[in-house]
Unconditional design. Structure first.
Length: 263
């Protein structure tokens, strides 16, 4: 059956069929076929430069693959991306811009019918609800330069949530946050997962929270495992078949060893 004619899975929120992507002559993703069900809490892991962020951008329609088919919420991403929230990896320079927390959050409404900077009362109320969801309403008038790393991440999360998405994507959401802040953010994401699908990117396999339901390993190739564990096959993708690894991660009673080979 031609990939374009493949029957859609009614329970899937993300579907990729034989997707390949290159930057120029540099192959980034090869022959990716992937289905993510509604309500999943997915961790996308892999080495830096392995294609994790590229995969997310393809799913969101921010990049177009040279080959294959992509569906987000049953439609091409260009038609459905408005129902997805996206929290990109932030740069430290973001703190230097003189903007208040609530203004950052309302930027998440741009392109959804908003007429910012002339925000309506209903739009401001949406922003306040999003801030309340992440425990940041009391900081709504504070400049972002005065926030801690965890507070800034929760503000950016509120910006991704303000449009009331059906699916939430987060790129390295635990960057620059201490262990306590990571626990708080993971617990918050678990609450959100009760009403939306969560997909987050991390290069740190130690950040697989007990709340994670499935794992996608990306290093040009993609391996999906419908459980919160790293399998030997995924370890090979991450580190190569010649390597062995012993993984101990928070909330994961799994030990993974790759193959040992003589030299």
């Amino acid at each position: 059956m031609n990939v374009q004619e493949k029957v859609q899975d009614p329970e899937a929120v993300i579907e990729l069929y034989n997707v390949s992507f290159s930057f120029g002559k540099a192959l980034v993703l090869k022959d990716v076929t992937l289905t993510i069900p509604k309500g999943d809490f997915v961790a996308i892991i892999g080495p830096n430069g392995g294609g994790k962020t590229t995969l997310v951008k393809i799913i969101l329609g921010l990049l177009s693959p040279q080959k294959g088919t992509v569906r987000l919420l049953g439609k091409p991403p260009t038609l459905s991306c408005r129902y997805a929230g996206y929290m990109p990896q932030y740069a430290t320079g973001d703190r230097d811009f003189p903007i208040r927390v609530i203004e950052v959050v309302m930027l998440g409404l741009v392109g959804t019918g908003s007429h910012g900077p002339f925000w309506s009362k209903s739009e401001r109320e949406k922003a306040e609800r999003a801030l309340d969801m992440v425990g940041m309403l009391a900081f709504s008038q504070k400049k972002i330069g005065g926030l801690s790393g965890g507070q800034l991440q929760r503000t950016l999360l509120a910006r991704a949530l303000v449009s009331e998405p059906e699916i939430l994507f987060l790129d390295e959401p635990m960057a620059n946050i201490d262990i306590g802040g990571q626990t708080i953010l993971f617990d918050l994401l678990a609450e959100l997962n009760e009403k939306m699908t969560i997909v987050f990117v991390t290069h740190d396999v130690g950040l697989l929270s007990r709340h994670v339901k499935s794992v996608i390993c990306v290093n040009q190739r993609v391996f999906f495992h419908p459980a919160a564990e790293i399998t030997p096959e995924m370890a090979h993708i991450l580190m190569g078949e010649e390597c062995s690894m012993d993984l101990i991660a928070h909330g994961l009673p799994h030990r993974v060893l790759g193959q040992h080979r003589g030299r």
